[in-house]
Structures are given as C-alpha cells and as structure tokens.
Design a protein around this ligand. Structure first.
Ligand SMILES: [Fe+2]
Ligand SMILES: [Fe+2]
Length: 152
C-alpha cells in the first residue's frame, strides 16, 4: 500500500514519539536512586517500565525507517549520508537494546541502574541530534511524498 503523507506530519509523528520516550525515561529515572540502594519494589517497577520503553524504542526505530528514511533519502544532496548514518545508528541501538533487555535488574541493581542511566543519556542525545539534523523544518520541508506501507 502506498500512503501519501506530508513531511510536516512525519515530523509531528516522530516528535510525538520522542516526547513519549522522554517521558518514559524521566519516569524511570525518578526510581533509579532507590534502585541503586537496593529497593526491591522500585527495582521491579523500574525494570518493568524499562522493558516497555525498550519495546517502544524498537517500534520507534522501525517507524523512522518506514516513514522518515524514504524521505531523507531523496530530500537533498546529503540524503544518502543521512540515511547511512541513521542505518548505522539504528543497528548499534538494536544491539544495545538486545543486551539491555536481557539484563536482570535484581541481580545487581546498582549496576543495572548505571546501565539504564547511560542508555537514557545516550538516547536523549540521539533524539536531540535527530531533531536538529533530519527532523528540523529546514531539512524536512513541507513537501508531499509517497511512503510504502502503513504510515502509522
Ligand atoms: Fe533514530
Ligand atoms: Fe528517533
């Protein structure tokens, strides 16, 4: 199926997902001090939230590849480079998510909290970078494009 979807709409969809991820990260971060001191309830809660966040993040990556990647590819002379860097980034992120998803939080909660904080700060940097480069209105101008598959 081919869907006609405006760049502005693509930008909005991705930005809303970023905002959801930020909210999720903040909510987990409020628990991490208690996790680090061995609070079992906080650790179970944070672990559950983190697993959900990782699932949402993988969906977000897939979403970017489906709706943003084809647009970036032909948007300007830097398109191929933008797509290459997205692909590289996403492949590293998928590997990281796979590793983090398999971690037991209760085994060494302090270490787990450290891993979550590191992931969180990387993801915040990554999203800010995307918003400055490929998601800015200057790059993702408001033309109309065709995207293969479901748009949402
Ligand atoms: Fe991305
Ligand atoms: Fe993103």
């Amino acid at each position: 199926m081919t869907t006609i979807i405006e760049n502005a709409k693509i930008r909005r969809i991705i930005l809303v997902e970023h905002e959801g991820l930020r909210i999720g990260l903040r909510s987990i971060e409020t628990l991490l001090d208690r996790v680090a001191t061995g609070d079992v309830d906080a650790t179970k809660n944070a672990h559950q939230q983190f697993q959900n966040l990782l699932t949402s993040f993988i969906r977000h990556i897939e979403h970017e590849e489906r709706i943003l990647r084809p647009v970036l590819e032909r948007i300007d002379a830097w398109g191929p480079a933008r797509v290459r860097s997205m692909d590289e980034e996403h492949s590293v992120q998928r590997a990281t998510v796979k590793r983090l998803a398999s971690l037991e939080a209760l085994g060494d909660p302090a270490e787990w909290a450290k891993e979550v904080r590191a992931f969180s700060s990387e993801l915040l940097t990554d999203m800010a970078g995307e918003e400055k480069t490929c998601l800015s209105p200057a790059v993702l101008r408001d033309d109309v494009v065709a995207v293969e598959g479901d748009s949402e």
